[in-house]
Design a protein around this ligand. Structure first.
Ligand SMILES: Nc1ncnc2c1ncn2[C@@H]1O[C@H](COP(=O)(O)OP(=O)(O)O)[C@@H](O)[C@H]1O
Ligand code: SF4
Ligand SMILES: [Mg+2]
Length: 405
């Protein structure tokens, strides 16, 4: 096996690259030509092995079939590690992520830019930029109804059957996700034709139906338009129509409203809410906007530097935030009736993903540090059946602390 669990997490080769880098005296950011060569060599070796594994053609289904821990979940991320083998060393973009998405629920994934939200969702779609990006450990259990698959172990050709059909994704910027040289109709039909085997006429009728469903007023006209002929809001509606066209069990919406102005944002969020009820599926909603989470999500997952640091129901995360980072996030959002001279910002920076410390990743920015925080990375503390936090402050106390005032 290429990988060992939890922070002994890297393949030997990537470990080697890191040890050599940190051994350089004086300046930890400096890489000599020799060190660069060694990193490149060990990266190439590791990437080759991961790619080889993924491209095996005839893999027995039993290799990637698994059992859900809870049948009521649609997805279970279990200690997922996704790394990027870069020229500067191994970037631990997702470093041991564990959380579940219940059937029929909206789970909001929140955290500042670069904390690994998109890489977590791309891992679920097996769309991490390869060969640099690789799932190096952990599982992603996906509930297919009658059976469950571990997506982290699935070969590429099998994954193609699930992607788009069972799990669909709506990206942040529709202009870069839609192909500018094909008409909207072609791009919509393509999805249906690929996954359902219907005729061209049936695909067209279904596509127009989908455009109607997402609230496009003249679906026949839009069907024959090119993406540049539509407004940003319409393009995002088209993306949602494409995502919905095969009745997916799970929709991943990665910052679906960030590129839109506020009025259109509200419309798109309303649309997502309506659609979730219609398809009776689940939504993984990725955003850095706490307002969107408060409006849309049933459960919240807070990520920081590639790890989950707190999870709970939306009520728990907003009314009883526990982790100092979650409390900081809440403080930094503007509140209509609260007057402040300056909005709060969390001091300091996220640690370098290539050189993560072996203590709490938030320690250098935390104003609530205690002696224990110098120890190893804090484990999760379960403070209610749905609320858990990874912070030493709650190890003995339980759920009392935490307020965003
Ligand atoms: N293609 C890539 N090559 C190298 N590193 C990457 C790449 N994509 C993402 N990363 C790393 O993964 C981290 C998390 O990225 P991402 O999941 O996109 O963050 P966000 O939470 O903003 O969606 C980044 O900080 C970066 O270090
Ligand atoms: S474990 Fe310590 S350093 Fe980390 S967030 Fe909690 S109090 Fe702060
Ligand atoms: Mg992102």
């Amino acid at each position: 096996m290429l990988f060992k669990k939890q922070d002994k997490t890297q393949s030997e080769s990537s470990e080697g690259a890191e040890v050599k880098k940190s051994a350089h005296k004086g300046n930890s950011h400096y890489l000599s030509a020799k060190e660069s060569r060694e990193i490149a060599k060990s990266n190439a070796r590791a990437m080759r092995e991961y790619e080889k594994k993924k491209r095996v053609k005839h893999v027995d289904e039993s290799v990637y079939t698994c059992k859900m821990q809870d049948e009521n979940n649609i997805v279970e991320f279990d200690d997922l590690h996704t790394y990027f083998f870069t020229d500067a060393g191994v970037a631990k973009a997702v470093d041991g992520v564990t959380f579940s998405i219940p059937k029929g629920a909206t789970v909001g994934v929140v955290g500042e830019s670069g904390c690994g939200k998109s890489v977590t969702s791309l891992s679920l779609m097996q769309l991490v930029q390869a060969p640099q990006g690789q799932i190096v450990g952990g599982s992603i259990r996906f509930n297919m109804g009658d059976k469950a698959y571990d997506i982290a172990k699935m070969p590429i050709n099998e994954m193609r059957k699930i992607r788009g059909k069972q799990i669909a994704m709506i990206f942040q910027e529709p202009m870069t996700s839609l192909n500018p040289v094909f008409r909207i109709g072609y791009q919509l039909d393509e999805m249906v034709l690929l996954h359902t085997g219907c005729t061209k006429e049936e695909a067209k009728a279904h596509s127009i139906e989908m455009l109607k469903l997402v609230g496009i007023a003249a679906p026949e006209r839009v069907y024959s338009c090119y993406p540049h002929e539509l407004s940003g809001g319409m393009r995002q509606r088209v993306m949602i129509a494409i995502a919905l066209s095969c009745d997916p069990r799970l929709i991943i919406a990665d910052e679906p409203t960030t590129a839109l102005d506020v009025t259109i944002q509200a419309q798109i969020l309303d649309l997502l809410r309506e659609i979730k009820q219609k398809i009776d599926g689940s939504i993984m909603l990725i955003t850095h906007d706490l307002g969107v989470i408060a409006e849309m999500a049933d459960y919240v997952v807070v990520m920081y530097a590639g790890r989950v640091i707190e999870t709970g129901t939306t009520e728990e995360i907003f009314h009883n935030p526990l982790h100092p980072y979650t409390i900081g996030l809440q403080k930094s959002k503007p509140v209509v009736k609260r007057k402040v001279d300056r909005l709060y910002n969390i001091p300091g920076q996220v640690p370098n993903p290539i050189d993560m410390p072996n203590f709490c990743y938030f320690k250098d920015r935390c104003d609530k540090c205690i002696d224990k925080c110098n120890g190893e990375y804090p484990h999760f503390v379960q403070v209610s059946p749905t609320h858990r936090v990874s912070c030493y402050l709650y190890e003995e106390k339980g759920a009392e602390g935490g307020s965003n005032e």
